[in-house]
Design a protein around this ligand. Structure first.
Ligand code: ADP
Ligand code: ZN
Length: 604
């Protein structure tokens, strides 16, 4: 196993769970595995496929991804092919012939093939070493992406009782897991539920103060790095993409309002590093296998934590550090509320509302972002300090706001919990309004108690108290403020109130736990990246399929000057060494000879 790992894939060690999964498959046992994006699922079936006789059949729902997967396997020297509806009859029979001649190790097919009666005969015409069901959650109606075609996979265990089957997904609750195992008919499978922690992702939330300047500022710190900017509406997508282009940043838009040709070509350009940034609505992401996405910026509030995790999950699949920034503005809440209020089904509406509240909590609570995200999926994060989020790295500071919180809550309480935000702030500020005079609220104790601070301060604090559920809003369309039990505890002196204050960028360094980050020569990286892009163009594959960013970073740390040295770089197996080794060595040498002082410009 280790030998294949090194010679074919060029890796020195297994990632968590890979070895156990591969052992099970080699022993002929079924497998069910939930692993996060970037966890290294492909290797779990590609490696045993290389070791076993016959062909491994991989069922994968997205035709658009099949080509990439096949290209990536071929780059590693693994004979691979796909059969799908985009092919002509001749092409398909060509593949069938190669299968019978035992010349293919990996065969990718779409699930609808199984519903075709003659396809079973094709499958029986060659020895199958293993079935792999990718995106296995698609078989469950409880999952979020049910595809009826997947149901026909239940014939696998009946028709191929001696062939092991391995099901993989990046998302499955326990209930979906049971459903998948039952529907595919997996026989007491080896079950893996991997941690969902993405250690190389840095999570950060900043208050939204000015989207345009914040995005430009962020991109200035991420020059030349590939990334996704998510926006809620088509108009804002176009606006942001236009802004970036006007500043000389290569960016393309992606939303459901564009023609499918335009969407495909924009996605493709992003995939091939021809466009640095893609600005997109949530319509973008399915079928993205690009491993070198270095940041995901949410310029608007996501609808729920599941989507946020999934969208940020597209960053850093190669395991190298990547930055996830959320710009959080309370002004986004009413826009999402508006959608939710339009939902017909009362049950759905209340679920959507609860999910929205969870995102708001995520953004406003003073708790490690990683701990919150993992907690959301039922996982306990054991460390006190994750070292990879804004809270843990101390770019935010907790401040005590107990005194001011009590002023607001007293005003709410004294006026009988019957008034909204605007009026309560007026009372605290001691505003001389008609309403205040009519209700004689200028005679209560808290009237003017907060005069020395400005309106913005009180509005901000009210927002914090709402987010922390010390106060809640009730009633439509004119919500009034009510104290919750927590609020009453603060008011009565039993508890204290805290809020977050941002310390503006002390330093730009972002320590990241568990990543392989380290110094590398940045100027060399630029050169190798151009070379990678050139080779990718010649070989008609996306650049990340030639070498991942991680592999290039390693070259820029170790400066391999000979083939054996190159062979020790992670991600370079025999096939890639032979295909690209010389060329990259030449580039590294040229750089070294022409620019001996390069080590000075190293990135920290
Ligand atoms: P998933 O399908 O689970 O999202 P992939 O199979 O695409 O993840 O793997 C993510 C990245 O991790 C790929 O670039 C892959 O080459 C790399 N990878 C997989 N296994 C290992 C390993 N044992 N060591 C180093 N890198 C690995
Ligand atoms: Zn943290």
């Amino acid at each position: 196993m280790l030998n294949t790992l090194r010679t074919v894939f060029g890796f020195q060690a297994f990632r968590p769970n890979q070895e156990e999964i591969i052992r099970s498959i080699l022993a002929g046992r079924d497998v069910f595995a939930v692993m996060p994006t970037g966890g290294g699922k492909s290797l779990c079936y590609q490696l045993p496929a290389m070791m076993k006789e016959g062909t491994a059949v991989i069922i994968s729902p997205l035709i658009s991804l099949m080509k990439d997967q096949v290209d990536a396997a071929r780059e590693n020297g693994i004979p691979a092919a796909f059969i799908n509806s985009s092919m002509t009859a001749e092409e398909i029979s060509g593949v069938s012939r190669s299968l019978k001649q035992n010349r293919i190790k990996l065969l990718y097919i779409a699930p609808e093939r199984f519903a075709m009666p003659h396809f079973l005969a094709v499958l029986k015409s060659f020895p199958v070493s293993l079935f792999t069901i990718d995106e296995a959650h698609c078989i469950s109606e409880w999952g979020h992406d049910f595809r009826p075609d997947y149901l026909s996979l239940s014939l696998l265990s009946r028709e191929f009782p001696d062939v092991p089957a391995a099901a993989f997904t990046a998302t499955a609750t326990k209930k979906v897991q049971e459903d998948i195992i039952r529907r595919i008919g997996l026989r007491t499978p080896f079950v893996v539920r991997a941690s969902f922690n993405r250690a190389n992702l840095f999570y950060e939330v900043k208050p939204k103060t000015g989207v345009a300047s914040q995005i430009l500022g962020f991109l200035a710190a991420h020059q030349g790095e590939a990334g996704i900017i998510y926006r809620t509406t088509r108009d804002s997508v176009m606006e942001t993409a236009g802004l970036l282009v006007s500043r000389g940043i290569s960016a393309l838009p992606y939303h459901a309002g564009l023609s499918s040709e335009e969407r495909n070509s924009n996605q493709e350009a992003f995939n091939r590093d021809e466009s640095q940034v893609i600005v997109a609505t949530v319509a973008f992401g399915m079928g993205i296998d690009k491993s070198n996405v270095r940041f995901v910026l949410h310029a608007d509030l996501p609808k729920n934590i599941e989507s946020y995790y999934q969208e940020t999950g597209r960053a850093g699949r190669d395991g190298e550090p990547a930055h996830c920034l959320l710009l959080f503005g309370r002004g986004d809440i009413p826009k999402i509320r508006y959608f939710i209020d339009g939902m017909e089904d009362e049950n759905e509406r209340s679920i959507a509302l609860r999910k929205l509240n969870q995102v708001v909590e995520y953004a406003s609570h003073n708790v490690c972002r990683r701990r919150q995200l993992l907690g959301f999926f039922g996982e306990d994060y054991p460390q006190d300090n994750c070292g990879g989020c804004d809270i843990c790295t101390g770019s935010v500071e907790q401040i005590d706001v107990t005194v001011d919180a009590r002023i607001i809550m007293a005003a709410v309480s004294e006026t009988g919990q019957r008034f909204g935000t605007g009026h309560v702030v007026d009372i605290v500020m001691g505003a001389d309004t008609k309403r205040v005079r009519e209700l004689r609220h200028n005679e209560i104790k808290t009237y003017g108690a907060g005069r020395q601070k400005d309106k913005q301060h009180w509005r901000f604090l009210l927002g914090e108290l709402l987010a922390q559920e010390m106060i809640r809003q009730e009633g439509d369309p004119y919500p009034v403020l009510k104290l919750t039990q927590r609020g009453l505890d603060v008011l009565s002196g039993k508890e204290e109130a805290k809020a977050l204050k941002r310390l503006e960028a002390k330093s730009k360094t972002k320590p990241i736990a568990g990543s392989s980050s380290g110094r590398y020569d940045e100027a060399l990286f630029e050169r190798l990246r151009s070379l990678r892009k050139k080779m990718a163009g010649e070989h008609h594959v996306p650049p990340y399929i030639i070498f991942s960013d991680k592999t290039l970073h390693e070259m820029c740390r170790h400066f391999p000057g000979t083939l054996p040295e190159m062979r020790r770089i992670s991600g370079i197996g025999d096939a890639k060494l032979q295909r690209y080794g010389e060329e990259f060595i030449r580039e590294i040498r040229a750089y070294r000879d022409g620019d001996p002082g390069a080590a000075a410009g190293r990135r920290g």
